[in-house]
Write a protein that binds this ligand. Structure first.
Ligand SMILES: Nc1ncnc2c1ncn2[C@@H]1O[C@H](COP(=O)(O)OP(=O)(O)OP(=O)(O)O)[C@@H](O)[C@H]1O
Length: 221
């Protein structure tokens, strides 16, 4: 099943100004359910811009983003916020955990924000897969970077989103921990048939993915 399609996606920052940037210049991608994808490119090539368009964090200047059967560029702000919460999981470089909540509370937070009942068997399974069993009552500040990132991944998985987007998810981790976290992400993607798209500078990390999308000057190579 096709989860994501972008058609002739364009993004211009500061249009018409002398410092105008054509960050995306017609990007066409198609991603199937369960794919584990790396987006790779040099600094300034448009990776984060692309992720922001796919994740509905910003609107494209032109073109379409279709997730499942929804053209998300056609949604208004409020609809987009709801769509995002239900269908897209985000994993950030700096983890973005709530410091006043313990690990378990962080993992189920997106479900609670959406007024959903917690599928405890599913959530326990994620916690188990990400090897966080002995940390569920710990506070984020008492965890290592790799552990915090595994909590962020568990949180992203908890809503069973159509897509998980991760921008440099291992950017703050040493290379051994990066490989560990990536390995767990890959395993969870397979186990839950979860579509994961990561932006990375690292060729080593990209090589662990099913497919690499290379982008340069706002175009897919
Ligand atoms: N909000 C913005 N306003 C103006 N220009 C922007 C904005 N965001 C990004 N850009 C420009 O768009 C281009 C693409 O930026 P983007 O952040 O997508 O690149 P990137 O590939 O993610 O880079 P990096 O690997 O350094 O994070 C760059 O030239 C950048 O300067």
């Amino acid at each position: 099943m096709m989860v994501l399609i972008t058609k002739d996606l364009k993004k211009v920052y500061l249009p018409g100004k002398e410092n105008e940037v054509k960050a995306l210049q017609g990007v066409d991608i198609e991603i199937q359910q369960g794919e584990f994808i790396a987006i790779v490119g040099t600094s300034g090539s448009g990776k984060t811009t692309l992720l922001n368009m796919i994740g509905g964090l910003d609107y494209p200047t032109d073109g379409n983003v279709t997730i499942l059967d929804t053209d998300i560029d056609k949604l208004n702000d409020r609809e987009l916020t709801v769509f995002r919460r239900r269908n897209i999981g985000f994993v950030f470089q700096n983890y973005n955990l709530m410091s006043t909540l313990n690990v378990y509370e962080n993992v189920i937070l997106p479900l609670q924000l959406d007024g959903k009942t917690v599928d405890t068997a599913f959530v326990d399974g994620i916690i188990d897969t990400l090897k966080l069993n002995d940390k569920v009552y710990s506070m984020p500040l008492n965890l290592s970077g790799g552990q915090q990132q595994r909590v962020a991944i568990a949180r992203a998985l908890s809503t069973k989103p159509a897509i998980i987007l991760a921008d440099e998810p291992t950017g703050n981790l040493d290379s051994k921990t990066s490989m560990e976290v990536l390995g767990l992400m890959k395993m969870t993607a397979q186990k839950y048939q979860q579509t994961i798209i990561i932006v990375t500078h690292s060729e080593e990390i990209a090589q662990m993915c099913d497919r690499i999308i290379r982008i340069e000057d706002g175009k897919v190579l």
